[in-house]
Design a binder for this molecule. Structure first.
Ligand code: CTP
Length: 451
């Protein structure tokens, strides 16, 4: 019996997949089809899979060509499978020609002619027109956004807005955008969605204006400095049927999603304490060290540290207390935000003028999770126990600058899917705005009192 194996995502099952499976089956007597998991696709940079694994398997099954369907979930699995199943022929479409020649040491490799003019990517794009994204603001993070968006199918960054026209023009030239403008209304006409990367205090206003005009909004952190403002923005988004997402990139990256899942799985028992730290010594001339109203360690990095706290301890803290070390202008160089919960506690440490160990430590009744710096670009963490010889290690990919994950989830939600909204919820976003509000109120009060 001649055994054949092939692999694919088989997302939005189409004629090209059907033809491939038919010809793969015809190469032998028994066909095994490997269907990729969403996580595996994500780790190899394929971020826009729409159909669930179940659905993709079911579609392959319904062709009647597969004698056996397996799940592919890790690199190197093909080499294992070919040996494990005693495969005679490994086959894939001609778009992969040459890519699997190394399999020739185990079996015959056949590249089948690919069906022309059809692909899952095309189907995705045809069912949803390309989303035109405009960037608001041209600072450090905006510069990283445009190249990252290129990794996500179905979107195109086409324009930029900055009230300073020279900055808009320079950015537009750098990324060859269609429109670079200082006219917000003209900008709105050219986009379906915006990415807000302007100074913190302008986020709320831009988000509101765009949402009211029916545009989707991906907004850099912090979304707002007042709880009521964040609530209002989500209400406007709902009213206009558009997506509003706060861009804390950590929340959407696979490693952090896995860390939260493991923490909540019970392996470390009941979670009692979360400590998260993010500090970066920033140049005293930069906005974070000079803006007396909105600069400082907590407004700059607090969103990062509050994320695991809100996700793991919840948004219903009983009390929060802030302690800061400030410069002569009242800007916090370092802030500790301590939370008290009914069944635990949490600590956020953030700083622009004090350096500390940037770790995330989650303590439970049976063990703890430690993610070392840079935990916010989560690639690695450990689960540790009383017995130091027992230690579980978790590795994950974090591709490029990591913004592609949030962009991908943003697009997914714009297409009407809700499946990924758990990664960073509206409630968590609103709670973080509420914490920022309390922090700023205290800092302002202290400034007035000359403290
Ligand atoms: N395939 C094919 N003809 C097509 C599309 C895909 O023969 N028009 C083959 C691929 O070469 C691969 C298998 O079908 O062997 C599964 O491909 P997959 O990557 O799931 O499909 P694509 O349509 O190529 O997906 P995407 O656009 O997301 O890359």
């Amino acid at each position: 019996m001649k055994k054949v194996i092939t692999y694919g995502s088989f997302d939005l099952f189409h004629e090209g997949h059907y033809n491939l499976l038919k010809r793969a089956k015809a190469l032998g007597d028994y066909l095994i089809v490997g269907v990729t998991t969403e996580q595996y696709d994500e780790s190899r940079g394929k971020l826009n899979i729409v159909d669930s694994l179940d659905k993709r398997i079911e579609n392959v099954r319904q062709t009647g060509f597969a004698d056996e369907i397996i799940v592919e979930d890790h690199p190197g699995q093909k080499v294992e499978d070919v040996q494990k199943y005693g495969i005679d022929i490994f086959t894939v479409g001609s778009d992969w020609t040459g890519a699997f020649d190394h399999m020739k040491q185990f079996c015959e490799v056949v590249y089948l002619e690919r069906t022309k003019n059809i692909s899952s990517t095309q189907v995705r794009n045809a069912s949803h027109p390309i989303i035109r994204i405009g960037v608001v603001g041209t600072g450090r993070i905006a510069v990283r956004f445009v190249p990252e968006a290129k990794y996500v199918s179905g979107v195109m960054v086409n324009s930029v807005y900055n009230p300073k026209i020279e900055s808009a023009k320079e950015f537009g030239d750098q990324f060859e955008l269609d429109l670079a403008t200082d006219d917000f209304n003209a900008f709105m006409k050219e986009v379906d969605a915006i990415y807000i990367a302007s100074p913190h205090q302008t986020h709320y206003e831009y988000a509101k204006r765009a949402l009211e005009q029916g545009k989707h909004v991906l907004c850099e952190k912090p979304l707002a400095f007042k709880r009521a403002e964040a609530e209002e923005l989500f209400a406007i988004a709902r009213e206009h049927g558009v997506v509003l997402l706060e861009a804390i990139k950590t929340a959407y990256c696979p490693g952090f999603v896995q860390l939260v899942g493991i923490a909540k799985s019970g392996v470390i028992g009941r979670i009692c304490d979360v400590e998260a730290c993010f500090t970066r010594l920033t140049d005293p001339g930069l906005r974070e060290r000079t803006d007396t109203a909105y600069g400082g360690g907590f407004t700059e990095f607090g969103s990062h540290t509050l994320l695991p706290i809100m996700k793991l301890m919840g948004t219903n803290y009983k009390e929060v207390r802030f302690d800061s070390i400030k410069d002569e202008n009242g800007i916090d160089l370092y802030t500790k935000a301590s939370f008290v919960y009914d069944h635990g506690m949490a600590l956020s440490k953030s700083g622009v003028g004090v350096k500390s160990e940037g770790q995330l430590l989650i303590s439970g009744t049976k063990g703890y999770i430690l993610a070392e710096s840079p935990w916010w670009l989560t690639q690695y963490f450990e689960v540790r126990y009383e017995d130091p010889s027992k230690k579980d290690r978790y590795f994950s990919k974090f591709l490029g600058q990591g913004l592609r994950y949030e962009i991908s989830d943003f697009v997914y939600m714009i297409h009407g899917h809700q499946g990924r909204s758990y990664k960073f919820t509206e409630e968590e976003s609103i709670a973080i705005a509420g914490v920022m509000e309390q922090f700023l109120a205290k800092r302002e009060a202290e400034r007035r009192e000359g403290l």
